[in-house]
Design a protein around this ligand. Sequence first.
Ligand SMILES: [Fe+2]
Length: 278
Amino acid sequence: MQENITFEIPIIDFGLLKTRDEATKSNFLKAITEVGFFFLKNHDVPKELTDRLELVSRNSYKTTFEERMKLKDFRGKMEVSGSIFHEKPFQNSPDDESIKLDEKEIDSTFFDYLTKISNIGVFLLKFCEEVFDLPNGRLLGNFEPKKAIIDAVMLEENPTEEFEFECHRDNRLMTILKQDRTGGVEIKYKDNWYPVLEDPKKEFLGVNIGNIMNNLSDGKAKAVYHRVRSIQNQTRFMWPVFLTPNFRPRKTAVKFLRFTHRGWYDFDTVDDETDFLL
Ligand SMILES: [Fe+2]
């Protein structure tokens, strides 16, 4: 049972963090050592860009199979893979013929968003090396911004289980998450679960500390347990960006995935295990 304690997910002002503001720095330290999750505000990712990200993601799922396949053949700045290239990427695919995809725009939208988030990631990892007094490159050396991965995850409208993703910790350095307005993500803090509800007006990003970060910081950064609760009658999206070692010699990547309770909807067979959304 949930105890009646007051806990609010820490909110870090990225602008102030960059200036090494003392109060922000101490909130940040508390957030990563005690909670393992925080919101980032004032992060400089324009709303126009996140709106575009949402629109192209939704359209890519809603259109026809033939239209989606255009993305597979397109050679742009991103590598696209995942369940979106199945004939039926989700249960009630509308196959809307009126939706035409602009491959160039999709490519540049994901690339621009990922570049912004990767830059935030680079700063946060560097900053953590600093505050934890770690050797130079201990964290940053395990992240290659030019090969970052973003998933555009569409969750089913009528899930059959209580959770889309059960309780787990990410096998990453960090995950920088954007959700749409529906929510569903919950984090565990001191044996209680708390919903991660973003205020759409503030356009917060969620930053989630993973196992690799915990190990490389000699246990100082706390990896947060989290889960995603199912919500009925809502098709919803989330866009996690994974800060993780990526040994594949490839470009930045976007994966359009869809989760079903029968398991991942046929992960790209050529993909290696570093691409799991965990
Ligand atoms: Fe996760």
